[in-house]
Design a protein around this ligand. Structure first.
Ligand SMILES: Nc1ncnc2c1ncn2[C@@H]1O[C@H](COP(=O)(O)OP(=O)(O)O)[C@@H](O)[C@H]1O
Ligand SMILES: [Mg+2]
Length: 153
């Protein structure tokens, strides 16, 4: 049975998101997938930008766009940032070419609900759920398999 550890972290400032990204970045390897759940405005893209920075990406784009996939080069691996909010169907997902790059770098997916049904559960090992109620920000982390030991309390 794979182990899962859950952790809830308060994000009181942007600095807290940067700290989380800096903690996670060294744990990541090519082939890792991070799913970013949460409503609009909960902080998914901000976390993606913070993680990109921690991975040595110099040119992360945070402006809203209609692009489903952005690819960056970090200091060690490529980073693939998917925002599936506007994804229409399964076919459009496969057309992004994920099978070509899934083992090449680190994959971050915002609005992963459709993708997680299609991707093997065995690679869905780091799931972040962002919450913002207009005042307080929280991220719930579900860490499985190789990530679990880092979240033992
Ligand atoms: N930890 C944080 N502290 C303060 N503001 C934050 C934090 N995380 C995100 N934000 C801000 O919240 C807004 C929405 O964040 P964003 O990442 O775009 O949300 P999402 O991608 O989930 O829709 C942005 O203006 C962002 O700068
Ligand atoms: Mg976003």
């Amino acid at each position: 049975m794979p182990m899962t550890m859950s952790s809830s972290i308060k994000l009181k400032s942007k600095q807290d998101t940067f700290k989380l990204a800096e903690f996670l970045a060294p744990l990541l390897d090519a082939g890792d997938l991070i799913c970013l759940y949460g409503n609009l405005g909960s902080g998914k893209t901000f976390f993606a930008a913070a993680l990109a920075k921690a991975l040595g990406v110099p040119d992360f784009v945070t402006s809203p766009s209609f692009i489903l996939l952005n690819q960056y080069q970090g200091s060690k691996f490529p980073l693939y940032h998917l925002d599936l909010y506007r994804l229409k169907n399964e076919q459009e997902f496969w057309e992004l070419g994920i099978t070509d790059f899934i083992d090449k770098g680190i994959i971050l997916i915002e609005w992963p609900e459709l993708a997680t049904k299609l991707l093997p559960e065995t690679i869905q090992n780091l799931n972040l759920h962002f919450y913002f109620d207009g005042k307080n920000r929280t991220v719930d982390i579900d860490a499985k398999d190789k990530f679990a030991p880092y979240f033992i309390k």
